[in-house]
Write a protein that binds this ligand. Structure first.
Ligand code: SAM
Length: 389
């Protein structure tokens, strides 16, 4: 049973000619649940029915039509949000036209095929750097990865699928657990980064590692053939997480375990949210809609758990794990993010050279808040989750 009730948020936008591509008289309504699910329509019946079904299917809660209507009602003269923690069922109203408009436009223009192409290209380009930072990645993400592998039940002789494996750092941790009779298949959308995974496995003397380029949303593996499927900071970049989770479930033997690591909230991941928000402001980019891919897309309380349950996994567990980035200096962190996080460059691409330089300077100054006593400690909290097929 899902432990917390959904809270609903509604925003509306009336088109005002040039500012929006929707019909001039259209009123687009968004009703969003805290878990990230969003219903979008100009038809109230569709909104109400969509929310009722969502609350029933995913939160095991039944709401009458009147309750849903009351939760999603807009009070036209209110200009400030009215959330109260005391009453979690009370809606929060968003009357910020700009915000609603940005959301509407993002929703209308998100192109999955183009996004995938860009993601692949980014990681093809960042492959060398991500691999070069391998020693740091092991120090930073290694302990959480061991927790993920424990939660997935990875042990000697197991058959493991590693999705969005990158340069294979966690693949090597898996291989070390499996022994001669187990096997791990490392997959990733970017072939160049997987070449590093294969080379690293060879160099470490592992013969139980295979690699295959593959979109994590279109897992091309025999059904019911793995004891465990894992993904470390990969799922967050998938536009259709339910599709990916369904594929992972299909790949698992009955009783097999899925496990994943994602970032939690922006507030707890300053090392990344600080650069992202500076770039977003300077490049005038809207925040991703709930459900759309992004570093914090599964990080809000309950979202990852709900996603796993929705995909049909049972015995779902989620653990928050502190994973601070401990580095020599702000400059080292800046170098890591500039070299390895291709998405930041992509977000900056609309700016000219001097504006990009200014953005990196502002990021450096802002990241300096995490430096003291000659050490840099960047805040990072991971969620490690697992479930059983
Ligand atoms: C932050 S890296 C993590 C790599 C590795 N798991 C690690 O923790 O070192 C994210 C990886 O996700 C991969 N990725 C992004 N979208 C993907 C998709 N749709 N299918 C498979 N891999 C994807 C990228 O190519 C990249 O290697």
């Amino acid at each position: 049973m899902y432990s917390s009730a959904p809270r609903f948020v509604q925003g509306h936008s009336r088109t005002t000619g040039l500012r929006c591509s929707h019909r001039e008289t259209a009123m687009i309504k968004f009703v969003k649940c805290d878990c990230g699910f969003i219903v979008r329509s100009d038809n109230e019946d569709v909104l109400v029915a969509g929310l009722q079904k969502h609350a029933r299917d995913h939160h095991h809660m039944d709401f009458s039509r009147e309750q849903v209507r009351a939760m999603a009602q807009v009070e036209p003269d209110r200009t400030t949000p009215v959330p109260t923690n005391a009453d979690r069922l009370r809606p929060r109203f968003v009357h910020n036209e700009e915000q609603a408009m940005a959301t509407a436009q993002t929703a209308a223009t998100f192109d999955v095929a183009k996004y995938k192409q860009t993601t692949r290209a980014q990681w093809q380009d960042a492959a060398h750097a991500w691999n070069a930072w391998g020693t740091f990645l092991r120090r930073w993400l290694g302990p959480a990865s061991e927790i993920m592998l424990d939660m997935a039940g990875v042990g000697p002789g197991a058959r493991v699928l590693d999705v969005a494996a990158g340069a294979g750092d966690q693949t090597l941790q898996i291989a070390a657990r499996l022994g001669a009779h187990g096997r791990v298949l490392a997959t990733d959308i970017a072939p160049a980064i997987l070449e590093f995974a294969a080379a690293n496995a060879r160099a470490a003397g592992f013969r139980n590692v295979e690699t295959r380029a593959m979109d994590g949303e279109e897992l091309d593996v025999p059904p019911a053939s793995f004891d465990a499927v894992v993904s470390r900071v990969g799922l967050i970049y998938f536009p259709d997480k339910q599709r990916a989770l369904a594929g992972m479930k299909r790949a698992l033997k009955p009783g097999g375990r899925v496990a994943a690591i994602v970032y939690s909230t922006p507030e707890r991941n300053g090392f990344f949210s600080v650069p992202v928000s500076i770039i977003r402001r300077r490049a005038n980019l809207p925040s991703p809609l709930p459900g759309q891919p992004g570093p914090f897309s599964l990080g809000a309380p309950g979202v990852l758990e709900a996603a796993l349950r929705q995909a049909g996994f049972r015995d779902v567990q989620v653990r928050a794990v502190a994973a601070p980035l401990e580095m020599e200096s702000t400059e080292e962190c800046l170098r890591f993010e500039r070299e390895s996080f291709g998405a930041l460059h992509q977000m900056l691409s609309s700016l000219d050279e001097s504006a990009r330089t200014a953005a990196w300077q502002e990021i450096a100054a802002a990241l300096r808040q995490f430096e003291s006593g000659g050490r840099f400690v960047g805040p990072c909290e991971l969620l490690v989750a697992a479930g059983t097929r």
